[in-house]
Design a protein around this ligand. Structure first.
Ligand SMILES: Cc1cc2nc3c(=O)[nH]c(=O)nc-3n(C[C@H](O)[C@H](O)[C@H](O)COP(=O)(O)OP(=O)(O)OC[C@H]3O[C@@H](n4cnc5c(N)ncnc54)[C@H](O)[C@@H]3O)c2cc1C
Length: 388
């Protein structure tokens, strides 16, 4: 028979939700359920993590699995940004060590297996629909996609790790503030022949910026981050326009030209700089992109989701053990999130301000304006990726 009562229900089985689940079970003998509206092998964007992310992986007890998973340390970045010359940002000087390029599917699987091994059920293809406050928490209505049926569970508290949509918090009326909103057109390819540098390649152009990185298993990811308007103009022949765009770059084109590439798959992802107006109330917390969302220019999203997931897990244990009477830990969690977002915004602004070569370009003007204007609240638009 299905269990219908939990101490904690976590909405979202991305890095934030699973880090929270593993942390909860590390510190407390609590009944935890994770639900996710997607499938277990869902494509998630992001493959580059900073060296600091290893501290989260160590904390979660997953270093051994991480080391055997085919991820590789990469030597740093080459970029054409803010000037016509190639600049290098060498990881060799970083005292924390090199950054890592993930085999993302395997990385996600490691988190799923670890969650399962710690006695936490993950219900895939199960969507959070709505909540009803009850005496000791919430009754949640969930929709099981395979059986096409709704059911409800009771829980003492919720961790909202549902990504940028922050579906639980928003169903309580909590707003997400969007400071900037872009789109990422991502292409995954197989490298059939030719040698690709392990460096991250980054290059600004008039209407956005390009990124390319070698992945484990002879794969390549390339991405163009731009505004919706520019992508609409590319829409008639997205693949052709994408390839033409790369061919016009100064840094990426000569490094990608010798490669024989096949098996292209294109995806479109929303790219947000956003934060939730509050990340806790008496019986819920938000973690990962649900709490704060970073532009991939920062390459900090996965690390932030792991670290806020861990922190949310610890905070949830303190809330549960005090029977929700002590809110100091939740307040400290809010301060931690605020400080994280503040640091991110300064870094993002610094990066976008460095590019002054196209003063008339709407893309670059809008990035500067985004830094100065009041944030929008979230629209009801769909906040998931699309396969093209
Ligand atoms: C184009 C792009 C490139 C990026 N590149 C990088 C990179 O190189 N490095 C990096 O560190 N970061 C990168 N990021 C950011 C990174 O992908 C995210 O910050 C990180 O994956 C967020 O993890 P999360 O667990 O918070 O959310 P997610 O991984 O988004 O997980 C949220 C989960 O919640 C589920 N969900 C949503 N709604 C519901 C619901 N109603 N009911 C049940 N489940 C629900 C979803 O199915 C999803 O699985 C990139 C982002 C983008 C858009």
């Amino acid at each position: 028979m299905r269990n219908t009562a939990y101490d904690v229900v976590i909405i979202g089985a991305g890095p934030a939700g699973l880090a929270a689940a593993i942390t909860l079970r590390k510190y407390a003998d609590v009944q935890v359920l994770v639900i996710d509206s997607g499938k277990a092998d869902k494509i998630r964007p992001g493959e580059s993590i900073p060296p600091a992310a290893l501290s989260c992986i160590n904390f979660l007890g997953l270093r051994e699995q991480f080391d055997c998973a085919g991820h590789f340390a990469y030597p740093g970045n080459a970029s054409v940004w803010g000037r016509d010359m190639v600049g290098f940002n060498d990881a060799v000087l970083d005292p924390l060590g090199p950054p890592w390029r993930l085999n993302r599917l395997v990385f996600d699987q490691i988190l799923v297996i670890a969650t399962d091994e710690r006695g936490v059920a993950i219900n895939w293809e199960t969507q959070y629909i709505e909540q009803q406050p009850i005496a000791n928490g919430y009754e949640l209505t969930l929709y099981e996609r395979i059986k096409r049926q709704k059911y409800s569970v009771r829980t003492q508290m919720v961790i909202d790790a549902s990504g940028a949509g922050a579906h639980f918090a928003r169903s309580l009326g909590v707003k997400t503030h969007i400071e900037d909103q872009l789109l990422g057109l991502v292409r995954f390819s197989t490298i059939d022949s030719g040698k690709m540098t392990a460096q991250t390649l980054l290059e600004a152009d008039k209407n956005g910026w390009w990124y390319a990185a070698k992945l484990p298993d002879n794969k390549l990811v390339s991405m163009y981050v731009t505004e919706a308007y520019t992508l609409r103009q590319m829409k008639n022949d997205m693949a052709e326009n994408f390839s033409n765009g790369i061919r016009q770059t100064q840094l990426l084109a000569p490094r990608l030209a010798p490669l024989m590439l096949s098996d292209h798959h294109y995806y479109k992802f929303p790219v947000y700089s956003s934060f939730l107006e509050k990340v806790y109330e008496e019986r819920w917390l938000a973690a990962g992109d649900a709490a704060l969302c970073f532009d991939p220019i920062a390459a900090q999203g996965i690390y932030k989701s792991l670290s806020t997931g861990i922190r949310a897990g610890k905070t949830a244990v303190e809330m549960l053990t005090s029977n929700f009477t002590d809110i100091n830990s939740a307040k400290m969690y809010q301060e931690y999130i605020d400080a994280n977002y503040h640091t991110y915004v300064n870094e993002r602004n610094h990066l976008y301000q460095q590019e002054q070569r196209w003063p008339q370009s709407n893309f670059w003007k809008n990035r500067i304006q985004a830094q100065n204007k009041a944030p929008n609240t979230i629209s009801e638009s769909k906040r998931e990726f699309q396969i093209l």
